[in-house]
Design a protein around this ligand. Structure first.
Ligand SMILES: Nc1ncnc2c1ncn2[C@@H]1O[C@H](COP(=O)(O)OP(=O)(O)OP(=O)(O)O)[C@@H](O)[C@H]1O
Ligand SMILES: Nc1ncnc2c1ncn2[C@@H]1O[C@H](COP(=O)(O)OP(=O)(O)OP(=O)(O)O)[C@@H](O)[C@H]1O
Ligand SMILES: [Mg+2]
Ligand SMILES: [Mg+2]
Lengths: 248, 248
């Protein structure tokens, strides 16, 4: 599952980390792939990006296999392929290469199994790294902030997903649109939710993730919110999301 | 002034729009350049990106001059060079071109004057579009969310600004780090503020921009917050920022 949106700060990393942890909690084996040079999902899961020997960069360049780069986290059942800033270089190097959008798909084809879910954290752009994720994934999950600017880019993102399905990856479907940082006290949040219900009624996931400071505090402790504060509203919402994803 | 940060959603567009409007309110002539293919500062200032005839794309490719692309907004004294999704193509086309980082600087050199401030809204990456902005600008302003992930990429961003100063643009200085979406009720916001005060004491701007829903509501109305709700805390904070920028 590729978690993508070119709009920045909508909660791609937060969704990958916490959905991943909630799925693992229910007994699934989960692999998170950090495809963002910012390496937020790497550090958010407690791994120091600067100490990682093998990263997504080596995976895309073919120097290392997926089994070599997958690193265990403190959460049982949750592994991560860490990234580093050097991944920025990969995007430029890929531009003039053969099958540049298919690198990640080929690397994942070597997965020997055992992972029930693979969640890919994408950078805030629709460049080659995100295209690699969409070409490799079975489905795309689109986190959306309950804000105006996040609505603006949505049509273009859904169009890009369709283009990838037609030209690169016929099995790619849209898992759904996930409303994140929903603040029930503001009319803006309700306006955005109602707009999505009106325009994309059948693509909206049931689960709404509330804005909850415990979610962002958890990241600064290198833990998913389900571990950092298991009974808070954020943790409960991500568990509900895991349930919704598992029962699709 | 290039407003840049590769971390997404920190408030680059919000800062460019509202600082621009607050400077114009004090009588300055301001030009906003939308260098982000998402064209949020274009639509945030009430201009429909799809109807713009000439955009940042034509400016970078040399097809049009800066005086031809600058478009007036509803705010007196505030003009904008609009962008469109097609700008994504410019980043790929520039990769193999001569002087690829200096395109914007050359285009701005033709400015016949009259603008006291030029604010450049950058996309959430450190790719060629942002490098063009840093190579053309006299100073860089770095908005930062009072959140953990925003802290993580800061050192790398400041290092990139130094590299640009050494190799591309010796006049580039750091205007400062602007804390945005500060929520005084959360310890996370205070932790981030104290961390910045400790690590970068002389680079932190005095003005703190609070999280204020009127700021994001304003964008959905295509207006700066100083016009949408002139007496709210967000509008006051951006006026204070304009004062701080003018008196530097
Ligand atoms: N539901 C939530 N409640 C509170 N804070 C949240 C929530 N979701 C995300 N955040 C915070 O908002 C910020 C942006 O989220 P995040 O970094 O996950 O977005 P992103 O889409 O991955 O950003 P980028 O585009 O830079 O990759 C982070 O600091 C995160 O901790
Ligand atoms: N001080 C604030 N108070 C309330 N909302 C804010 C504030 N600053 C920004 N926002 C909202 O947060 C969201 C992210 O801000 P914005 O789009 O300006 O960030 P950005 O850095 O330009 O994002 P991108 O990386 O996608 O270009 C927007 O919906 C905006 O309206
Ligand atoms: Mg992220
Ligand atoms: Mg922006």
């Amino acid at each position: 599952m590729a978690v993508a949106n070119q709009k920045g700060g909508v909660g791609k990393t937060t969704t990958v980390m916490n959905l991943g942890a909630a799925l693992a909690e229910r007994g699934a084996q989960v692999l998170v792939i950090d495809l963002d040079p910012q390496s937020n999902s790497t550090s958010g899961l407690g791994i120091d990006p600067s100490r990682a020997r093998l990263t997504t960069y080596q995976l895309l360049s073919g120097e290392a296999s997926i089994d070599e780069v997958a690193t265990p986290t403190a959460v049982p059942g949750l592994h991560v392929v860490p990234s580093q800033v050097a991944l920025v270089g990969a995007e430029i190097e890929l531009v003039n290469q053969e099958d540049r959008e298919g690198r990640l798909r080929r690397a994942l084809a070597a997965l020997t199994g055992g992972f029930g879910y693979v969640l890919i954290d994408c950078p805030p752009s629709l460049g080659l790294l995100t295209l690699n994720a969409l070409a490799a994934a079975d489905e795309a999950l689109v986190p959306l902030q309950a804000e105006y600017f996040a609505l603006e880019g949505l049509a273009h993102l859904l169009y890009t997903i369709q283009l990838v399905r037609m030209n690169l990856n016929p099995k790619l479907t849209l898992a759904g649109i996930l409303i994140n940082q929903f603040d029930a006290r503001t009319t803006l949040s309700w306006d955005v939710l109602n707009e999505i219900r009106r325009v994309y009624p059948d693509r909206l996931l049931q689960t709404l993730i509330p804005r909850n400071v415990r979610v962002s505090e958890a990241s600064s402790h290198g833990q998913p919110v389900t571990v950092y504060d298991p009974s808070c509203r954020g943790a409960q919402a991500f568990r509900q999301l895991a349930e919704e994803v598992m029962s699709r």
